[in-house]
Design a protein around this ligand. Sequence first.
Ligand SMILES: NC(=O)c1ccc[n+]([C@@H]2O[C@H](COP(=O)([O-])OP(=O)(O)OC[C@H]3O[C@@H](n4cnc5c(N)ncnc54)[C@H](O)[C@@H]3O)[C@@H](O)[C@H]2O)c1
Length: 351
Amino acid sequence: MEKKFSMGVIGLGMGINMLPVNNRASNCIRVTQIAGIPAQMPMMQKLQQEYGLERITVNYMDMIEDPDIDIIGVFSPDPLHYEQCKAALEAGKHVICTKPMVVSLEQAKSLVQLVDEKGVKFLVGQTMRYEPQFAALRTLFDSGDLGNVFMGEAHYVHDMRPVYEATPWRGEMPQDLVYGGLSHPVDAMRWFFGDVEEVHAMGNDSALLVALSGRPYGDMCNYMVNLKFKNGIIARCFGAFGIVEPPMPMMGINLYGTKGTAVAEFTDFLGGKVKVVFDKYEIKKPFESCYPPETEGAFGHGRTSLRYLDHFSKCLLDDVEPQPSVREGAKTIATCAAAYESMKTGKIVKV
Ligand SMILES: NC(=O)c1ccc[n+]([C@@H]2O[C@H](COP(=O)([O-])OP(=O)(O)OC[C@H]3O[C@@H](n4cnc5c(N)ncnc54)[C@H](O)[C@@H]3O)[C@@H](O)[C@H]2O)c1
C-alpha cells in the first residue's frame, strides 16, 4: 500500500484549506492534527469530528514533538512563520508554509540552511502559481508560442480594510505588506523569469489602513517595483493595499513576447481569464479563455490549496523538490527585502 504522510496544521484561517485532502484518495497526505488558539476550541472540536482528527491542540509544539507527524503546515500570522518553520525543521519534519515564507532575509537564509541540513521537503504555498489561469499562462509561456518574452508585469491590488476586520492580527502585529502582499506579484515574475539582478522601488502610505486599535498601520502600504532580471528581462510589480478597491482584476500577469502578448487575470470568488494576441494573425482580436470562479474553502482558495497539496504529495513520493522550494521562497524574500531598501534609500538595489 502507498505510504501515507501525517500532517499537523498550525493556524486555522487559510490553514483550514488543508483538511479536505483527507477525502482525496489519490493524495498521500492526511491531516491528523490541528493547532489553533484557545477561542477556536469549539471550532476545532467540530473539525475533529468532521475529518476524524487524532488531536486538536492550542500548543503547536505538541504536533512538532510528535514522532507520528511527518509534515507541519504553517498557516499562522506572518510574523510567526519563522519560529514555527524553524522548530518543525529542527524536529526533522517536512514543511508547507503559506506565503510569505518569512519576513526578513536573515530568516529566509536560516531556513534554507536548515532544509539543506535536514534533507526534508519545503513548499511555499504561493497560490498564484496554482491558480488555473496563471498555470495556463505558464503552459503558453513554456510552449514558446509567445516567442522571446522580454518584459512582464504582475499586480496584486486589494483593499485590505475588510480583511483587517476579519483577521485583526494584520493590524496588531502588524502584517508587513512588502512581504505579506507584494510577495505575490514578485514571486509571480520570478516564477517566469528566474533570478533578479536589481530592483528600484517606490512606496507610500495612503493612511487608509488603520488597525482596529486605532493605531496607524506600518509606514507604507502601496508599492511600485521595477525589476531587472539576470537574463536582461525587465518587469514591473504593483502592490496596492491601502486603496479603495479598484474596478480591475485583483491579480494579474502580463507577458510581452516577440510573437505574442498575453494577459492573465483573476479576482477572488470571480474567476479568471487568459487573453492572448498572436502577431502572426492579421486580426488582432484577442483569443480569450475563461476560468470559472472557485469559491470553496477559506478565501475561496480551497481548490488552489489542494492543487499544491497534490504537488507536494508527488514530491514526497517521487523524492523531487517542491516548487516553489525554500530556496525559491528565499529568493522572493530577498527581492522583497531589496525593494524595501530601495524604497527607503531611493537607490537601485542589487539582489
Ligand atoms: N493567497 C494566499 O496564499 C493567502 C491568503 C490568505 C492568507 N494567507 C496567509 O495565511 C496566513 C494566515 O492568515 P489568515 O488570513 O488565514 O489569518 P487568520 O487570522 O484567519 O488565521 C490565522 C490563524 O493562526 C492562528 N493563530 C496563532 N496565533 C495567532 C495570533 N496571535 N493571532 C491570530 N491568530 C493566531 C489561529 O489559528 C488563526 O486562525 C498568513 O500568513 C497569511 O499571509 C495566504
